[in-house]
Design a protein around this ligand. Structure first.
Ligand code: SF4
Length: 84
């Protein structure tokens, strides 16, 4: 087994991780790409950040966010995609 160390400065490692994540989002949930780009750029609102957080939590699945039953999660009450 080969262990590959993630090298470079912290900023470089962050950039690589976020770039890789954006490529996955572009492939799996392209409609969410702009939102994640804003979040990673530090240009998102608090509600956009919460929305992105919930998407990450539920594997980019809006239905999963809507049906989330993690009542003790700090985001639960204001999570996106709730039925009115
Ligand atoms: S509210 Fe649910 S979907 Fe959102 S972060 Fe919490 S556990 Fe995840």
């Amino acid at each position: 087994m080969t262990i590959i160390r993630d090298t470079g400065t912290e900023a470089e490692r962050i950039k690589r991780k976020q770039t890789a994540r954006l490529a996955e989002i572009k492939r799996d949930a392209p409609k969410r790409l702009k939102m994640f780009e804003r979040v990673f750029a530090g240009a998102a609102s608090a509600s956009q950040e919460r929305k992105a957080f919930c998407f990450e939590c539920q594997g980019l699945d809006a239905q999963g966010v809507r049906e989330c039953v993690a009542y003790a999660c700090p985001h639960w009450r204001k999570r996106p995609y709730q039925r009115k």
